[in-house]
Design a protein around this ligand. Structure first.
Ligand SMILES: Cc1cc2ncn([C@H]3O[C@H](COP(=O)(O)O)[C@@H](O)[C@H]3O)c2cc1C
Ligand SMILES: O=C(O)c1cccnc1
Length: 350
């Protein structure tokens, strides 16, 4: 499908020496060993990933990938498709949840438009990576062509390159695309070989009849497309431009040494596809939260991921990941700034 693909860039392993030194430091800090719980392990892994004795997440880049979905023709979302383009404008003018969170984190926020049916007015704040006005209806035809998949993966990689260029140490990927919980569930079912009902939920707020319709649409789509366990096939046949771009961005971020903080259901599906493509990516992924979308917990189990937060969020946009950034920063601050027993003259256990 792709020969000189961006998603084939080498991804380094976390540094074992820095991990050892970080573990030794944690053991000398003025606290009973293990008393900072999972924050200790998080700081140690960040030190190993950043190959640094003082991990730091001051510079955060958030990229929201937006695109529309032909499958909306099947009535799979509680909201109209025009909302995707309208929300792009809202991201840029600062009124969306992720805009507020990014401001308070002092994070770089970028919006990448991969193709919407009702594009917002041209704006400085939006990177135009339009592939098509949206995917095809995955219940009837493949969502995208192999060339469109390549374009989406490459757009994600370019976004990761810009984040690295801007000096970010942590990459947050968000998404916006009415109908994209249908694509995400379909990709997850394809990759995991599970029936649609096990990974499908209400998204923006479907009632149980709506969820039943969504399950039927996904089942129809899965019957129609061949070899769905191949991650590239799954993304092309039932994915979305923003989901594929997220997969490309995560591989591109890790290849450039940026830790990736994974958001909710849709972003985790992109992360799963990316890990299937590149298993070396897995250590670079930190999982921020468990979404209220019912399939998310199954995906997290598959990825052996322990999310930091469980707040019943079901928004997307990268919002859950943004909410976990302060926790990660505090884990680094504790690791970097606490005194050791020797420094503080505190007696260690005998
Ligand atoms: C105003 C609004 C803002 C959002 N921000 C994220 N989403 C979230 O909801 C959508 C997926 O749900 P479904 O598959 O049910 O359409 C995605 O755009 C996702 O990011 C939003 C949805 C709405 C309506
Ligand atoms: O968890 C998510 O990412 C999610 C859930 C519902 C709607 N939009 C996003």
């Amino acid at each position: 499908m792709t020969d000189t693909a961006c998603w084939q860039a080498p991804i380094a392993a976390p540094c074992p020496q820095h991990r050892e030194r970080a573990l030794a430091r944690q053991a000398r800090l003025t606290k009973p060993p293990g008393s900072l719980g999972r924050l200790e392990g998080v700081a140690v892994e960040l030190a190993a990933l950043q190959a640094s004795d003082r991990p730091d997440l001051d510079a955060v880049a958030i990229t929201v990938f937006a695109a529309d979905h032909g499958v909306c023709a099947e009535g799979v979302s509680a909201f109209p498709q025009a909302v995707t383009g309208q929300m792009i404008a809202n991201f840029v003018t600062g009124g969306a949840a992720i805009s507020v969170l990014a401001r308070h984190l002092d994070a770089r926020l970028e919006v990448v438009n991969l193709g919407t049916v009702a594009p917002p007015p041209v704006s400085d704040g939006v990177v135009d990576e339009t592939i098509a006005p949206g995917t095809d209806n995955l219940a009837v035809r493949p969502a995208m062509s192999p060339e469109q998949l390549d374009a989406a993966l490459a757009a994600g990689d370019r976004a990761a390159a810009r984040a690295a260029e801007a000096g970010a140490r942590l990459f947050v990927g968000g998404e916006m695309g009415i109908g994209n919980t249908t694509s995400a569930s379909a990709v997850a079912c394809a990759l995991l070989g599970k029936p649609a009902r096990s990974l499908t939920g209400p998204g923006t707020g479907l009632d149980r009849y709506g969820v039943g319709r969504k399950v039927a649409v996904i089942e129809r789509a899965l019957r129609r497309h061949a070899d769905p366990r191949d991650p590239l096939q799954a993304l092309a046949s039932v994915g979305g431009f923003e989901i594929a771009a997220l997969a490309g961005a995560f591989i591109g971020a890790a290849a450039r040494g940026l830790v990736v903080l994974v958001d909710g259901f849709i972003v985790t599906v992109a992360a799963l596809a990316a890990v299937r493509l590149r298993p070396e990516l897995r250590p670079w992924l930190v999982f921020s939260h468990q979404s209220a979308e019912p399939g998310h917990v199954r995906l997290l189990q598959t990825l052996e991921a322990e999310p930091l937060l469980c707040l019943d969020l079901r928004l997307g946009e990268g919002s859950g990941a943004a909410l976990a950034v302060p926790l990660l920063r505090q884990a680094c601050a504790l690791h970097n700034e606490m005194a050791t027993f020797e420094d503080a003259g505190v007696q260690d256990r005998s």
